[in-house]
Design a protein around this ligand. Structure first.
Ligand SMILES: C[S@@+](CC[C@H](N)C(=O)[O-])C[C@H]1O[C@@H](n2cnc3c(N)ncnc32)[C@H](O)[C@@H]1O
Length: 209
């Protein structure tokens, strides 16, 4: 450990104590060895397949789409937020490869689909019947804060630098922007994606009282 690094507190739980449970969702190895994964406490000791099946039964009907023409290193953090807000799927449009580091392993619990071109992605969206809502601050964008998001929709993000491609902007139903007040031209795309997903959650999710 370097001088500047804080000692990391151990997360999770140790080996199972007490009578051996017979719940088929629980993973015998995690029960034996302990569960130190980045999962909520309700999923402690559950096998990955059991967790994914449980998430699949509750996923929200919004999709997250990000263009990936230049290996955007923010995609991992977008996948992590999509997992946290329980998006139906994440769609990567463009290059297949993306940097998984920021995902913190959350991609194992999140369906991630690749589309080699905007045309392929739009064909999928038309078949799936989801509205295409681009999130970008380009001329003509409407304010996200004052718009209703469709329940079944795909929130489409551009990448750092170029933003959304002209082809994608031409294909979407609407473009919404997040209000800014400072001097920077734009937010980091990972931050913009988290804000837009949270807007969907505020409008449509079954929130705890
Ligand atoms: C760094 S921005 C790129 C370009 C931006 N349109 C510009 O003029 O500089 C990358 C992506 O982040 C998202 N983004 C950043 N700031 C945003 C904002 N204020 N409103 C909506 N989306 C934003 C968009 O999806 C955008 O394509």
């Amino acid at each position: 450990m370097g001088e500047d690094e804080e000692p990391q507190a151990e997360v999770g739980v140790g080996p199972w104590e007490g009578a051996w449970p017979d719940d088929p969702r629980l993973d015998p190895e995690l029960l034996r060895e302990g569960d130190r994964r980045n999962v909520v406490d309700a999923y402690r000791y559950w096998s990955m397949d059991a967790i994914v099946a449980d998430l699949d039964a509750r996923r929200h009907p919004f999709h997250v789409v990000v263009e990936n023409w230049q290996h955007d290193h923010n995609i991992g953090s977008i996948v992590r937020s999509a997992n946290a807000f329980l998006a139906a799927e994440v769609h990567i449009v463009g290059r297949r490869r993306w940097n998984r580091r920021g995902a913190m392993v959350t991609d194992r619990y999140q369906h991630v689909r690749h589309h080699p071109s905007v045309e392929d992605f739009v064909a999928w969206a038309r078949t799936a019947g989801v509205a295409l809502v681009a999130i970008d601050n380009v001329p003509g964008s409407r304010p996200l804060e004052r718009e209703s998001l469709p329940r079944e929709c795909a929130l489409v993000f551009g990448q750092e630098g170029p933003g959304l491609s002209d082809e994608m902007l031409a294909a979407v139903d609407v473009v919404l922007e997040i209000a800014q007040f400072g001097s920077t031209r734009s937010l980091n795309v990972g931050a913009a994606a988290a804000i837009a997903m949270h807007s969907w959650v505020v409008q449509h999710a079954d929130l705890p009282r």
